[in-house]
Structure formats: C-alpha cells, structure tokens
Write a protein that binds this ligand. Structure first.
Ligand SMILES: *Cc1c(COP(=O)(O)O)cnc(C)c1O
Length: 380
C-alpha cells in the first residue's frame, strides 16, 4: 500500500534522538530551546513556544488571548476538529466561516459578510482561526485587515504549512496574525512524532503561552507576586497544563528542520508532476493562489462518484484519504445546533474530495502507479 502521507526519518534523525537518550535531560533541557530557535529562524517570528501537539498549541493560544465563556471563536469547517475544539476547551462558543470553493481556505468575502451580521447582532467573535489547508496559506492580508477593522484576534492554524510562503514571506511570521500554530505529527511536513509550536511577535502573549504550557508555574522574578524565599521558590500564578515537548521530540525536530527546504521543494516538485500527469483526467486539481508557495501537505483532487473511486484506489493499494469531513457535521457539533446545509462550499468540496499520496519519500514510480490506478477508476 502506498500511504497518503508518511514521515521521512534519516540516520541523522535517529542519532539525534539517541544522543538525547544518553544525555542528562529527557525533558526541560537544551533541545527544546534549540528547536524553538530553528522555528524562529525559519519563520522570522520573535517567539516560538514548543508543546506536545498542535492541539495543545491552539489551546494555549486561545488561553493567552483570554478566550472564555461568553466569547465566540470562528474557524472554517474544512479542517481537523482540533481547530474548533480549542474554543470549546475554553468554554467559548464556536461558529464557522465557509471556504473559497477554488482554494479551499477561508473565504474573505464570506468572512466580511458574517462580520457585518455579527456586529449588527452584537456577537462579534473574539478569536478567528483561518486554516492553511493542504499547505496553502489563507489570504492573510485580507483576513488580517478585516480582523483589525472589527477588533478580532487571529490565530493561524498552519498545521499543514511549515515551510510555506505567503506574498513571498514565511508562514509563521505573524505579519497578519497574533499567533501562528504548527503541527509536527508524522504525516505533516516535518515531524517530532507528536508536537506543536506556537509563534508570535508579542512578548506578552509569549509569556502567557509559556505559563499555560507548564502548570501556570513560574520562577521568573518579574512574574512572582510574593518575595522569593530562596533558590527553590516558584509560584503558580495561573491555571496551566502539562503540555511540554520532550527533549527527544525536540532533537528530532531540530534534525528534521535542517531538511525543511528540501522536503517542501520535493513536495512542490511532486505536486507539479501530478498537475501534469492528471491534466487529461476528469477531475479538478488543487488550485494555487498566485500569492502562495504551498508546503503541499496534501494533494486533494475533486472527483465525481467519490465513494466508488475511493474504494477502487484503496482496493488497488493506493492509501488515499479524505480531508476533511466538515467539522460542523460531526455529531458533537450537530448537537450544538449545526447541520448539513449550513456551509455549502465546505460540504460541496468534501463530497468530491480525495487526498492522493504525497510525501517527500514518494518516488516517481509510486506516483505513476497512483496516476494509473486513478485513471482506471475514473475511466473504467
Ligand atoms: C494535524 C492538525 C491539527 C492537530 O495537530 P496535532 O499536532 O495532531 O495536535 C490541527 N489542525 C489541523 C488543520 C491539522 O491538520
């Protein structure tokens, strides 16, 4: 079976993890700050906070922005459930903005229309989470301008998009957002097995996320409310969690980050090859906005008779997947009042979507086989 995605682990990656296991620190040592420095160097952001998943990063980002009961968080339906669950964790209400039917990311026109309505109803959101679906940045200049006009804070869910560029600048620089979140799950561009990072240029947000990832406990003299009683002294000044990344994960991340440019270039080359090989087939290829250099986490195609095509590919050794079942149609969200029909662009996209295999280690021979089986499914 050719999977839809998989990690690329080198001997150097293995040696980096092994060196940590032989060292003094398995957690809270030098590797996490080194990984954070690599993310800052890549993105140009002023701060990077590593945690044990992107889900945790989204949660501490929402907490740092003071999201709570009575507030609203908006994201897109075409995402993994974590992008909206972080709002529920904070006791906030969640709503959705539909996608652009060509690029599958948040539609700025749909956002503007919804903001106008929400303002009239006195229900503007506190936090907005655009998602850089498949590795392509949402239109952050338009979204950031609307967010500023309506006083909404922005967290980019860039789980698919480390190494991507928007208007020539790296995703994660937070030029149009408050915070940007990356995932390092094994199917993503770079992996730490499990892991996430939140970047920001705001010192206050960085400090709050740092507290929330580690129990709300601090030794920082600037944050202590009482007198330090001695070298052992710490204070809990907020309610935090244990969301820390381990040293093994961070060392793997540092080693992987040295190949980020290569991984993204390879994914782009394979995507361009799919664009050519699939050109004559009855399907829609993923459109790229001219402002975007995608990290190509996914290569989603749109086909008629999706269930039959999907089954045929799986039966013939092609490990396809579907991204994403619209979040608002999940039973958990339907129980909160959403239903099919609420977000037609996301639903229309989903009904025809198949993600075909794409990862740095995919060979051209594998790719040719994917295309041949897909052609059989579509023409046969
Ligand atoms: C993978 C993913 C997440 C969650 O990432 P984890 O690191 O697995 O917690 C969140 N949002 C999107 C869009 C994702 O693809």
């Amino acid at each position: 079976m050719i999977p839809y995605g998989r990690q690329d682990i080198s001997d150097d990656d293995i040696a980096a993890v092994e060196a940590v296991l032989r060292s003094d620190f398995l957690t809270q040592g030098p590797a996490v700050p080194r990984f954070e420095a690599a993310i800052m160097a890549e993105t140009g952001a002023g701060y990077a906070l590593a945690v044990n998943s992107a889900t945790s990063a989204l949660h501490i980002a929402c907490m740092a922005l003071d999201l709570g009961p009575g507030d609203w968080l908006w994201t897109v339906p075409n995402t993994f459930v974590a992008s909206s669950n972080c709002g529920i964790y904070c006791g906030a209400e969640v709503d959705f903005v539909d996608i652009d039917p060509a690029t599958y990311v948040m539609c700025p026109k749909a956002l503007e229309a919804k903001l106008v309505q929400a303002e009239a109803a006195g229900k503007l959101p506190k936090v907005l989470i655009p998602v850089h679906f498949a590795g392509q940045s949402a239109d952050m200049a338009a979204i950031g301008a609307l967010a500023r006009r309506y006083g909404v804070r922005v967290i980019e869910d860039a789980s698919h998009a480390i190494g991507a560029r928007y208007q020539g600048a790296p995703v994660g620089n937070c030029a149009h957002s408050d915070i940007c979140v990356f995932s390092f799950h094994p199917v993503k561009i770079v992996t730490t097995a499990e892991g996430g990072v939140a970047t920001t240029n705001d010192a206050g947000l960085a400090q709050r996320m740092d507290l929330h990832r580690s129990h709300g406990v601090t030794r920082d003299p600037a944050l202590l409310q009482g007198e330090s009683a001695g070298g052992w002294y710490y204070e809990q000044v907020a309610l935090g969690y244990n969301y820390r990344m381990t040293e093994m994960q961070a060392a793997l991340g540092v080693s992987q980050m040295t190949r980020l440019t290569q991984f993204v270039a390879r994914r782009n080359a394979l995507a361009a090859r799919y664009d050519d090989l699939l050109a004559g087939l009855p399907l829609t290829r993923p459109a790229q906005h001219p402002d975007s250099y995608s990290a190509y986490h996914l290569y989603p195609v749109q086909v008629e008779d999706r269930a039959r095509v999907f089954a045929y590919l799986r039966e013939n050794g092609i490990g396809v997947n579907v991204h994403y079942i619209p979040v608002h149609t999940q039973p958990f969200y339907r129980a909160r009042g959403f239903d099919w029909g609420d977000f037609p662009a996301s639903e229309g996209y989903y009904n025809r979507a198949i993600s075909i295999p794409l990862y740095a280690g995919l060979t051209e021979a594998d790719q040719d086989r994917v295309v041949a089986v897909l052609a059989e499914a579509l023409n046969g």
